[in-house]
Design a protein around this ligand. Structure first.
Ligand code: A2P
Length: 273
């Protein structure tokens, strides 16, 4: 078994594969279908999309059509658009996502952000509480095996936690060497919320970092592999994204160990991009 088949347990016991294939910024159609199919054929078992990415249809098609991998072996995540902050809107958007994916259920459904992207920081506490009630219903009906949030800070999380029946099981945030959001990660750990790390390669910007490169050479690994391994050794779940086959394989080939001293060094880096 490689790390691509290894899982974490979410708070409700659902097993979630430790590395996800990210699809942010990949256009719908063959540009998404090809890489997702390639990733699944090469051992990935977790695919992350969002309604806002516009590529759910191609992700769903790849999951349905991949040969030799059953639906229940694949973990599929999608997200509610950040702009939707009503109970009815959330239920309706979920159905739109499910129709695009053309799947019976999703494995994880996330609120994409605590505020609309054009109004970052806006107080949407009431809206998020209403949306979460819809999420709890979707979860209770078995349409989503797990539910969570994305881009939530500590205060955003507290709003939900203080009001809910079922706590968020996941918080997906931007996390990479030099950007570790310690306060949020610590709070999530205390509340049994698994942190997923999007942009673990800082959307590619960290790949030229001289400090990480020097370390990567010492391990005989690529900078990308060091960055993905770094996330895993923090017990978080990385979502690397690539449209190129060799890179997709490289990003899943991370069965090695960064020493504690080197982890401490990576933790100390700040201006990495
Ligand atoms: P591409 O899709 O052309 O392969 P992140 O996962 O942090 O969002 O980073 C994604 C970016 O990093 C994309 O531009 C992707 O380019 C690039 N990338 C992903 N994996 C690798 C890799 N192993 N080596 C070099 N670049 C990579």
């Amino acid at each position: 078994m490689t790390i691509l088949q290894e899982t974490y347990a979410l708070a409700n016991g659902t097993r979630i594969p430790k590395i996800a294939f990210g699809t942010w910024q990949i256009p719908d159609g063959d540009e998404t279908f090809g890489p997702v199919t390639f990733a699944l054929a090469n051992g990935y078992r977790h695919v992350d999309t969002a309604r806002a990415y516009g590529n759910e249809a191609s992700v769903g098609r790849a999951v349905r059509e991949i040969e030799g991998v059953a639906r229940d072996e694949i973990f599929v995540t999608t997200k509610l658009p950040a702009e939707i902050k009503t109970y009815d809107g959330a239920l309706e958007s979920f159905e739109t996502s499910m129709a695009a994916l053309d799947l019976e259920h999703v494995d994880l459904y996330l609120i994409h952000a605590p505020w609309p992207w054009k109004e970052m920081g806006k107080d949407c506490a009431e809206g998020n509480k209403a949306v979460w009630r819809a999420f709890e219903q979707i979860h209770a009906l078995g349409r989503a095996r797990a539910i969570g949030v994305s881009n939530f800070g500590v205060n955003d999380l507290k709003v939900i936690i203080d009001d809910c029946q079922v706590k968020p099981m996941v918080n997906q945030i931007k996390f990479y060497v030099g950007n570790t959001q310690k306060e949020t990660v610590d709070f999530c750990r205390l509340n049994s919320i698994l942190v997923e790390a999007y942009s673990p390669l800082a959307t590619g910007k960290i790949l030229n970092n001289a400090n990480v490169r020097t370390m990567a050479e010492r391990y005989g690994k690529s900078v990308a592999q060091i960055c993905i391994r770094y996330v895993l050794q923090h017990d978080l779940l990385p979502l690397p994204k690539s449209t190129h086959g060799p890179r997709i394989i490289e990003n899943g080939d991370v069965d090695f160990e960064i020493s504690q001293a080197d982890m401490t060094y990576l933790d100390s880096l700040t201006d990495t991009v």
